[in-house]
Ligand binder design. Structure first.
Ligand code: SF4
Ligand code: SF4
Length: 151
C-alpha cells in the first residue's frame, strides 16, 4: 500500500476529526480501492488470484473480515491539492469513510494483515507451500485407461 507522511500542523494546533483532513496532503484514502473476494480455497481459486495479482498495482490481503484485492490506483476525481473534484456528489462509500483511524495516523503495512501478498512472487511462494501438487496443476493429465467393453 502507498505510504503517507502526515503533515503536522505548525504550532500546537490540536488535530481533531473535523480538521484532520485539511492537514492531510496525500489524501491516501483516495489513492486505492479494496474489493472483497470469496475466500480462495482450491488450487483453481489461487490460480485465479495469481492472475488478478498479475495486473499492475494490484495486491491481495486477508484480515479479520476476509480476503481482499487491493488496487493501488488513485481516484480520477482526486485533485492535485488533495480535494475531491466531485465532493457534492461523491459516492456513498466516500461519505461513509471515517478519518478516526486512517492513513494520516501512519502507513498501512504488512503487520496490519493476517496475510499480505504485495506481488505475484509472494503469492506464488504461498501457493507452492500450501499445495504440494501446485507445480503439477498445468501438466497434461494422463489419458484415462481404456474401459473394458460391457458384455
Ligand atoms: S480520511 Fe485520513 S487519509 Fe483520508 S484525507 Fe482524511 S486524513 Fe487523509
Ligand atoms: S470520489 Fe472524491 S472522496 Fe471519493 S475517492 Fe474519489 S476523490 Fe476521494
Amino acid at each position: 500500500m502507498n505510504t503517507i507522511i502526515p503533515i503536522k500542523p505548525a504550532g500546537r494546533v490540536k488535530i481533531t476529526p473535523d480538521n484532520k483532513c485539511s492537514f492531510c496532503k496525500g489524501s491516501t484514502c483516495c489513492t486505492y480501492l479494496t474489493h472483497q473476494i470469496d475466500t480462495p480455497r482450491s488450487i483453481e481459486d489461487f490460480d485465479m488470484l495469481l492472475w488478478q495479482i498479475s495486473h499492475a498495482n494490484t495486491q491481495a490481503y486477508k484480515d479479520e473480515d476476509g480476503w481482499f484485492l487491493l488496487v493501488n490506483n488513485r481516484c480520477l476525481h482526486l485533485a492535485d491539492d488533495g480535494r475531491c473534484g466531485i465532493y457534492e456528489t461523491r459516492p456513498q462509500i466516500c461519505r461513509d469513510h471515517s478519518n478516526d483511524e486512517c492513513e494520516f495516523d501512519g502507513p498501512c503495512g504488512a503487520d496490519d494483515f493476517e496475510l499480505f501478498f504485495p506481488d505475484y512472487a509472494s503469492l506464488l511462494k504461498f501457493c507452492r507451500k500450501k499445495f504440494k501438487r501446485w507445480d503439477q496443476r498445468l501438466k497434461p493429465k494422463k489419458p484415462a485407461g481404456k474401459k473394458r467393453a460391457a458384455r
